[in-house]
Design a protein around this ligand. Sequence first.
Ligand code: GDP
Length: 338
Amino acid sequence: MSGKKSTQTVKDLSKAIRAGDRVALGRAITLIESARPEDQARARDLLKTLLPDTGKAIRVGISGVPGAGKSTLIDQLGVNLISQGHKVAVLAVDPTSSRTGGSILGDKTRMGQLASEDDAYIRPSPAGASLGGVTKTMRETISIAEAAGFDVVLVETVGVGQSETAVSNMVDVYVVVAIPGAGDELQGIKRGLLELADIIAVNKADNDNIERANRAATEYRAALHILAASSAAWQPAVLTLSARDNTGLDALWDKIGECHSTLSEAGILDERRAEQATAWMREIFEQRLLAAFKGGRRAARQYQDIEEQVRNGTLTPTEGAEALAELVGLNEPEKEQE
Ligand code: GDP
């Protein structure tokens, strides 16, 4: 359209993706990551076409501080799973990549074994996007990967800011990779992260580290016991492993499967996914609303004005939000009748 070079139709593209064509998969993800309105429209059509083929993978979040061994683990686990007949997609969520100028996650050079496998697909975090942008893209990318036949989707994120929460909102099972600390065993992991974890994998349990890893695991179990007392269907599990030596990885995968089926049988998985879908819709709508609002020139000036007042403390955030609501007519009393 509009004189651009002819591109595959959405129908052809979706057919190629279903057939496992990697070029088509890459093209679809590029479409999803594109900010151009015509690309976004095609991406929407594509997702709609592929919808019946989505949702079938086991989606696993993998988080942990830099150096914990995430990429070593994903590399080895991925290879193990492929040898068992799985197809593994690895996606990364790293909102800091826009600041550091280069993605440190999902980097193929960090997953050398897996990168050379035909049944693996590794996609680094989209650069230059906000967390909101990255998560929107990532959710859609998960769906496309599922339609392409990947039955395991690993979403890697680094323990920065809110990316862990964002990832926990798009996966079925959340694994935190921890390392035995020196002294304070819990130092390598934030308390908030513990609350998200379905499984804690204490990595680097090898050589003279085994003892420390076991001690760390005991501490995590104690900490989780206190935190997770109110949790219903799944009691978070803690295990030790060595990604480097490929020990304990089968047990990890078994535990992931156990968690997945327990949550599934309890109806929690469907609930999680339903809640994730509606939260996703809200998020997209909010972003569009805000974009449209800021796009109107007069409104945009007023928006900036109000934002500036909040920034310099003339208005409280609540007052600012109130002023914005007024600007779009949300405060008119007759609207409340409905
Ligand atoms: P990431 O930043 O979390 O992705 O961590 P990496 O996978 O890059 O690993 C960080 C460092 O820890 C590297 O030097 C790895 O070789 C090392 N490492 C990863 N897993 C293990 C393990 O199981 N045992 C030992 N001893 N070292 C490991």
